[in-house]
Design a protein. Sequence first.
Length: 83
Amino acid sequence: MGCGAGEMTIRLAAAGDQVTGGDPDSRMLAITAGRLAALPELRDRVELVEAGIDSLSLSLSLSPPPVTFFVAPQWGYRPSGPA
């Protein structure tokens, strides 16, 4: 959760993964969506949702189970650009 500007979301999709990028800030999702618009080959691999970590719901019975959850702070990044 907290996909921010989509850096890791796009990298995972480019590696062939299906990715759900979530962020509680709609402005950050708009930045990610804009970046994906320039990468049509990745659009079908990414779903963006406006949500925070507190709304995350997992089923441990998924098969195969989720492989990776990557949460990284976006140090110094604001929706208007780098700090």
